[in-house]
Design a protein around this ligand. Structure first.
Ligand code: BDR
Ligand code: CA
Length: 299
């Protein structure tokens, strides 16, 4: 199994990604760090802790990280993820977050194993990773692959005309991460909007015997609650572990990118720019195969 760290702001689709990582034998989860994003830090930490408890993984270290973006004010996403960030789905009492800074935990964990062996899955704004780069650049260089859900290249944005939530929430952090020279794969809306759960997905998950799969079914169901007329919902964050498992399902190109750090609707937009920093960018996805792998992974 591939040792991984998960940085997250659960969040319905974050929760689905975490359940996938917990369920799939291809991942060895070394720790979870949380941050404010979809909802405040206390909720995202409690939600991540509850998912670990559901899986009986009280051994996995959980650390609360950034409570706000690096410099800006946050964006409220409660309309999508519900007042508790998980659409009211019932979960067990959470594994408590440990004390000590998330960036320090990431640095210490990265130093315990050979450089390049631990991959980092970023499912929210990039604030915690930017802080790690600033506080412990030597440890950050030990990360294997960074796979981050964020941004859009050609698809319309979800918070601005061409801006996506995770990057728009903290453009300064996204800029620092892009320019850090990491082995970075971005999974933008161009890919994640092609991997969609339907009501059949809910039925398939609820029919499985694994408690993690059934909880995933309830979470996908909750994701439809405020979008009752939609036929399907995008599985943004699960695309991150899916990309690590099967990069061939996410055709990618190296693009040189710059993050828009203006104020207003363009904040966080990715500009393709020859003077920008290179990243491997998933520009699409085999949606059907990725969805099948998602369900299969939770089995
Ligand atoms: C991203 O923003 C959040 O709402 C989701 O959890 C995902 O990480 C999609 O733009
Ligand atoms: Ca997220």
């Amino acid at each position: 199994p591939r040792p991984v760290l998960v940085d997250t702001d659960p969040g319905l689709d974050d929760a689905l990604a975490i359940l996938l990582v917990l369920a799939h034998p291809g991942f060895a989860l070394r720790g979870v760090t949380t941050l404010a994003g979809n909802i405040g830090l206390e909720r995202t930490s409690a939600n991540a802790g509850a998912l670990l408890a559901l899986a009986g993984r009280h051994d996995v270290p959980l650390h609360a990280g950034a409570a706000a973006p690096s410099v800006r004010a946050g964006i409220d996403e409660a309309a999508i993820h519900g007042a508790d960030g998980l659409g009211g789905v019932a979960l067990p009492a959470p594994v408590p977050a440990r004390t000590g800074s998330a960036a320090r935990f990431l640095a210490e964990t990265l130093r315990t194993e050979a450089a390049g062996t631990i991959d980092l899955l970023c499912l929210g704004p990039l604030t915690n990773l930017a802080r790690l780069l600033e506080e412990a650049p030597d440890a950050a260089r030990r990360i294997g692959r960074v796979v981050a859900m964020g941004g859009t290249i050609r698809e319309p944005g979800n918070v601005g005309p061409m801006s996506e939530f995770n990057l728009a929430y903290d453009p300064e952090a996204a800029d620092a991460v892009l320019r850090a020279g990491l082995d970075l794969t971005l999974v933008p809306l161009d890919a994640t909007r092609r991997v969609r759960a339907s009501r059949d997905t809910v039925r398939d998950l609820l029919a499985l015997s694994s408690p993690l799969a059934r909880k995933a079914g309830e979470i996908v169901e909750a994701y439809f609650r405020d979008a009752a007329t939609r036929e399907s919902r995008p599985l943004h964050d699960p695309c991150v572990p899916l990309q690590l498992l099967r990069p061939d399902l996410f055709p990618a190109e190296t693009l040189h990118l710059r993050v828009d750090r203006s104020d207003g609707p363009e904040a966080g937009r990715l500009h393709v720019d020859p003077t920008g920093a290179p990243a491997n960018v998933a520009l699409g996805a085999d949606g059907e195969a990725a969805l099948a792998l998602f369900v299969q992974s939770l089995r």
